[in-house]
Write a protein that binds this ligand. Structure first.
Ligand code: ADP
Ligand code: GLC
Length: 500
């Protein structure tokens, strides 16, 4: 089956964040680049996002194209239209009471979830449904609505109640975030009463947004083949593994791609020195620049490790901190870390940098351009995630010749080829991986890094440049999604509330 040769599809891509409008993590990278990749195959792809102030600022010029009356909103909800790139029409759902707030889309300044998140994202879902059913006055009805993560989880169940609905695909970017709320919250939202049932959105006496996406969509996907298997187990399924098993014949793992224009070491405007695999030796100029920028001793022979990410348990930053004493005993080692998240981890990182000003530089905060410079400057990128649905930083690292060191889980297992003796000799190795989420296992793996590093430099260069030559562009994954869209359209799922 190959849908990409067939007639153009109309695709509505719904997400709560998308680059360059608003970003907290990898979902934004995907929602900002997959729609563009799909549009390159000739499809009519439109993106829908909440109108957060930062998104509005970055999407200007915008024009108002509709005004909707939606349950849950006191005032009419405006739909503002802008563009992502040149092809992708973008709709911003403008409900100021819900979305016109400074800062992060999900949490307030003190890091707590906005108390009305269920109301906010229920309203977002209702706006998506209105567009999907061509009730918004946009004179356009999609064939497919591609929903992403719990914030869009009510779209498949709400659409399942309609006879003229488009097909739905629901992508799980991270099952650890489910949008779970007490019964009283469900009662506040004016959703169909039938949704409160085991077959519906009820989950252990709570109401679950993500369950809506998983149980009601025509097809469920997640962002790597290995994670698609892992979520069928109790360890990674968080109680949803039974339902996921039930839907296993409509569950696929599609590896994320990356935007090869935004992440291109040969043209990246954030870098002091451009390079590619043929000019790998120029990469170290970026190291010298970064050392200067972050106040580390300038030394091109220092072995520079890097880490970028949300400071949460998932990412295993504590494991890096645990092995630090051993790491810093090695000759001429430096470490650069960029992240924000849990205050306790932020403080541990700050303390570490203060204790070792000549070896460790830490930037607490969010800085897109610095993230690019770190990727370009490092020798090695450490990513010891306890679980990782896909992970994008190891892909950026591969492309920028920063050899990734990863725990073998989810997308990390699918994208990094371990530097075993055989893989090195065969010329296929691209990084280092380990199995146990422990400091000891990470350290053992790093010992292999140091061993290879002590060999003649050609070995390291071969490893790094093999990574740089891998193809993680969107092309093949976008085609995979198109096949899934076709399947979803051809074989609509039965509404689970009508099955029993
Ligand atoms: P996740 O989505 O779980 O956070 P990914 O690896 O898929 O993990 O994507 C993370 C994205 O967010 C990457 O593009 C990464 O560069 C970016 N990122 C994370 N933290 C920061 C930060 N503090 N500053 C800049 N970029 C960051
Ligand atoms: C999630 C996952 C990450 C993935 C990203 C984009 O935030 O934690 O592994 O790469 O979504 O799909």
């Amino acid at each position: 089956m190959s849908s990409h040769n067939n007639s153009p599809l109309k695709i509505l891509f719904a997400a709560s964040e998308a680059q360059p409008f608003i970003k907290t993590g990898g979902l934004a990278d995907v929602a900002g680049s997959l729609p563009v990749a799909l549009s390159h195959f000739g499809h009519d792809v439109r993106l829908v996002l909440p109108a957060y102030p930062r998104a509005v600022e970055r999407a200007i010029p915008l024009k108002e194209v509709a005004s909707l009356r939606l349950t849950g909103a006191l005032h009419p909800v405006r739909i503002l239209e802008g563009k992502l790139g040149t092809n992708v029409t973008t709709y911003l759902v403008d409900a100021p009471d819900f979305f016109n707030r400074p800062g992060n889309p999900y949490v307030d300044a003190s890091g707590h979830d906005w108390g009305d998140n269920p109301e906010r994202f229920t309203l977002f879902c209702r706006a998506i449904v209105s567009i999907a059913l061509n009730h918004a006055g946009l004179h356009w009805q999609p064939d497919i609505v591609h929903c992403n993560d719990w914030q869009t989880g009510l779209v498949p169940p709400l659409l399942a109640m309609e006879w003229n609905r488009p097909a739905t695909v629901f992508t799980i970017h991270n099952l650890a975030y489910q949008g779970m709320y007490p019964r009283a919250v469900f009662d506040r939202l004016h959703l169909p009463a039938a949704f409160w049932s085991y077959q519906g959105l009820e989950f252990h006496d709570h109401f679950s947004f993500i369950k809506g996406g998983i149980a009601f969509s025509d097809w469920v996907t997640t962002v790597s083949p290995t994670y698609a298997e892992e979520i069928l187990t109790p360890e990674f399924g968080y109680g949803l593994e039974g339902l996921l098993h039930h839907r296993a014949d409509r569950l696929s793992g599609v590896l994320n791609g990356i935007d090869y224009e935004v992440w291109d070491p040969a043209a990246d405007p954030a870098l002091a020195q451009h390079f590619d695999y043929k000019t790998f030796n120029l990469k170290k100029i970026n190291k010298l620049h970064l050392q200067r920028e972050l106040g580390l001793p300038e030394n091109e022979n220092a072995f520079l490790f890097g880490h970028i990410g949300r400071l949460v348990e998932q990412k295993g930053v504590d494991l890096i901190l645990d092995i630090l004493p051993d790491l810093l005993e090695q000759e001429a080692v430096q470490l650069v870390m960029l992240g924000s998240g849990h205050v306790s981890l932020e403080n541990r990182l700050r303390d570490t940098a203060e204790m070792h000003p000549d070896k460790v530089a830490v930037y607490i905060g969010y800085d897109e351009s610095l993230a690019h410079r770190i990727e370009a400057a490092c020798d090695c990128f450490i990513m010891p995630s306890r679980f990782e649905p896909c992970g994008l930083n190891q892909l950026y690292s591969l492309r920028y010749g920063s050899v990734p060191v990863v725990k073998r889980t989810g997308g990390l297992a699918d994208t990094v080829i371990d530097a075993t003796a055989k893989n090195l000799l065969d010329g296929v190795a691209t990084g280092f991986s380990f199995d146990e989420p422990s400091a000891a296992a990470l350290w053992e793996c790093l010992e292999r890094v140091f061993q290879l590093r002590s060999r003649p430099a050609v070995w390291w260069e071969k490893l790094a440049t093999t990574g740089m030559k891998q193809d993680f562009s969107w092309d093949s994954s976008a085609k995979h999604y198109l096949d899934i869209y076709q399947e979803a359209m051809n074989n609509p799922a039965v509404n689970p509330l009508k099955q029993h």
